[in-house]
Design a binder for this molecule. Sequence first.
Ligand code: SAH
Length: 376
Amino acid sequence: MGPLKQRIHAMIEASGPLSLAQYMQMALSDPQHGYYKQRNAIGAKGDFITAPEISQMFGELLGLWVAIAWQAIGSPSSFLLVEAGPGRGTMMADALRAAASVPGFVGAAQIRLIENSPAMIALQRDKLSAHAERIRWIAGLDEVEEKPMVFIANEFLDALPFRQFIKAGGVWRERLVATGKNRDLGTVLGPSLAEPEILPGGHEAEPDGAVFEHAPAREAFVLQVSERLAATAGAALMIDYGHAKSGFGDTFQAVSKHAFTDPFKEPGMADLTSHVDFAAIRQSAIQTGVHAAPIVEQGAFLLAMGIAQRAQSLAAGKAPERQAQILRDVERLVLSGEMGALFKVLALCKNENASAMIHLPPFAAVNSANDPARNG
Ligand code: SAH
């Protein structure tokens, strides 16, 4: 048993079962043994691969997005360009390279990276060394002054902790992490849900065994981004895997070496996530009075941003194998059977900026992912 599992074991023995949120927090972010201590989590050689690591086109199109959003708020001569959970720094590097073609943009950007893993910060510092003088790392938005902001995040929200509730004997009870036989970790049923108002409509009809997931940390994060936009100016783009409508189902997953694994076997050794409830986070944003675009699928968003044209120009004059790879990368990012439909996009902007964003997807009409028939 690794040191983190031992510590979790001792904590549970001393003070009782942990919520999944507490467990996830320790497994991912423990300063000594948490999962994000590892430098090689993300990428083909790591545990999981993300859109910016699949192709430079992803970050480039996001760079185009942030530059257009900046122009839509009047091209302020100084603004915050914030990314949460930048991973290897690839998306920001590709975005800045693409956005450099927009005069004045890079010079105006004060880059702020929200990251809590020292190992990831070291990777980001390397990757973004050309922009060193304009970058600062922060733990959260409360560390930055209030000024116009363009915010981006890819696969960040899924890493924030969540709780699970299971219907048992007609009652929703919290799923908790406890110790079992052979010093293993597993789940038990805890107390019944104290705030039934968080359940989506239709919960009465769900059978025993149904699972509901609630992620207050994600909603709080989106609320904070939205409050900033409402108070200043700007826009935010968040991409992640998840569902456009709140619903029921167990989406807790542990991934190691590109395969699913047991989330309780060795905490700190696998990436733990769950699908993001985009309807819930969109609702948190709307509460603050910001404008929220309809939730769209990643495939539709990237096509509307011009990924096909970008692929064509990137492939022009390249060797046939490279051209085939570029086409394959577009397919991975866009096709429904791959990342195109599971990944969703939520865009927000200050209400007063909405009319200026109207030509920018997904504020502009893009196939919306709100159609329940498409999302199950
Ligand atoms: N956006 C990147 C990386 C996604 S992995 C990509 O698309 O490749 C999640 C990232 O969020 C990692 O950089 C991880 O260290 C960071 N992270 C996870 N939980 C965090 C938290 N609570 N606070 C700050 N950063 C966090």
